[in-house]
Design a protein around this ligand. Structure first.
Ligand SMILES: NC(=O)NCCC(=O)O
Length: 420
């Protein structure tokens, strides 16, 4: 596997670019997978991959070869392109239910100092070849990253970034509807939403566009971070849409937006409502969350017997005015590196390698949705879950007079001399 030459550039405040100061690569490699592939013997690499990525129906998650024009698009527009296939066992009474799913991760197109209209238009233009590549590859369901129309400016606490907010049927939805229709593709579009009917309230929302270009519905981010520079509660409210599952032409899907992935009950709720694929469009940085990234979604896929598509944006976004976030760090002008690494996890604990840590990318995977029920039958997590015990605990916990169920060692409260 080729070693990268550190092509990524950081777009600085003044629009200048710094060549590869911290390009986000791992010692010049796009991803851990590629580093291992280049560093280990083929036999060792296969063993290590099996341990890291698991097995799907007893074998490695299979790579798919895409057609040459699709690969040409990725070379021309310099985005990572990877494709895989998860299979399921053959069943006697049901045919396979194979859907092709795509995830797009991207950096912003212009410096954050450019006029907002140009910034948004720049992202639209940058995404066109990636969406075309997905559509031409026959992707049925495509998901974009969190707040994809804008830089992730919520670190700044400056209110001017609210201008990027749009109505559900705003510019970005119109932009994507044409692709949904053209490619007969469901598109999940996570945006900053402005709700005109409710006093212009802002939300962090995923719009679900159906394969005919229709708007199926929306889901608003349930859990808002209050960690590090993620000052998102300055901008929008905790979602009020609960845990909807959208029944589409290609399966039952749901969206757990970014920080919601730290909440197992959030994942559970989408599962209880019958999701077969849950997308996790995110924006998160290496220093804060990278050790959690490969674990949380994969665990959710296992525990809830569904597929998960995890997406993280890419690159370093530099803002005009330095900020602090009350965490003792000196003032700074960027969030840190958004480490990409988008990937799919399956209910049988297998997962795909991740997209690049430093480059735009399109990840495609076929998945036989029959695997969800097969894993439910195998492990019986739904049947062994003892929900009644937890619902009772939660009901009691929510009461003002709740007392934790702690049984103390009586000896703890006796004086030391009674002990032998
Ligand atoms: N966008 C967002 O919610 N980020 C929070 C940081 C994290 O969850 O890793």
């Amino acid at each position: 596997m080729e070693r990268r030459e550190g092509e990524e550039t950081v777009v600085a405040e003044n629009g200048s670019t710094q060549e590869n100061p911290k390009d986000g690569s791992i010692c010049g490699f796009d991803s851990l997978h590629r580093l291992l592939q280049a560093s280990l013997s083929p036999q060792l690499f296969q063993e290590v991959s099996r341990m890291l990525l698991g097995l799907n129906c007893g074998k490695e998650v299979e790579p798919i070869t895409l057609q040459r024009p699709i690969k040409a698009l990725s070379s021309k527009h310099n985005f990572d392109l990877q494709a895989f296939s998860f299979s399921a066992d053959r069943e006697s009474l049901r045919g396979p239910r194979i859907v092709r799913v795509g995830l797009i991760q991207n950096s912003v197109a212009l410096p954050t100092t450019a006029p907002f209209l140009n910034q948004r238009e720049g992202i639209f233009q940058k995404l066109i070849p990636m969406i075309d590549a997905a559509g031409s590859s026959g992707v049925n369901i495509l998901c974009l990253q969190e707040a994809w129309t804008m830089p992730f400016a919520f670190c700044t606490r400056e209110k001017k970034w609210c201008e990027f907010a749009e109505q559900i049927d705003g510019e970005s939805t119109s932009f994507l509807q044409q692709f949904a229709q053209k490619y007969n593709m469901v598109i999940i579009s996570p945006i900053l939403e402005r709700d005109l009917n409710h006093g212009e309230t802002l939300w962090n929302t995923a719009v679900i566009i159906g394969n005919h270009g229709n708007i199926i519905g929306k889901h608003r981010k349930n859990h808002i971070p209050r960690v590090g520079d993620f000052n998102e509660s300055t901008y929008y409210m905790e979602g009020n849409t609960s845990h909807p599952v959208f029944e589409t032409a290609y399966g039952k899907i749901a969206v757990n937006i970014c920080y919601g992935r730290h909440h197992p009950l959030n994942w559970l709720a989408f599962g209880l409502n019958g999701a077969e694929i849950v997308f996790n469009p995110s924006a998160t940085v290496g220093e804060l969350s990278e050790p959690m990234w490969p674990i949380e979604a994969r665990n959710a896929a296992i525990a809830n017997s569904y597929f998960v598509g995890s997406i993280n944006r890419v690159g370093t976004e530099v803002f005009p005015h330095p900020f602090t976030s009350g965490d003792g760090k000196p003032q700074h002008s960027n969030f840190g590196h958004f480490y990409g690494s988008s990937h799919f996890s399956a209910p049988d604990a297998s997962c795909t390698p991740s997209l690049s840590r430093c480059k735009d990318g399109l990840l495609i995977s076929d998945m036989d949705l029959n695997l969800c029920r097969q894993l439910k039958d195998k492990w019986g997590f739904r049947m062994t879950a003892r929900y009644e015990v937890y619902s009772d605990l939660l009901a009691r916990y929510m009461k003002q007079d709740f007392e934790p169920q702690v049984i103390s060692d009586p000896l703890l409260h006796k004086s030391a001399q009674v002990l032998p």
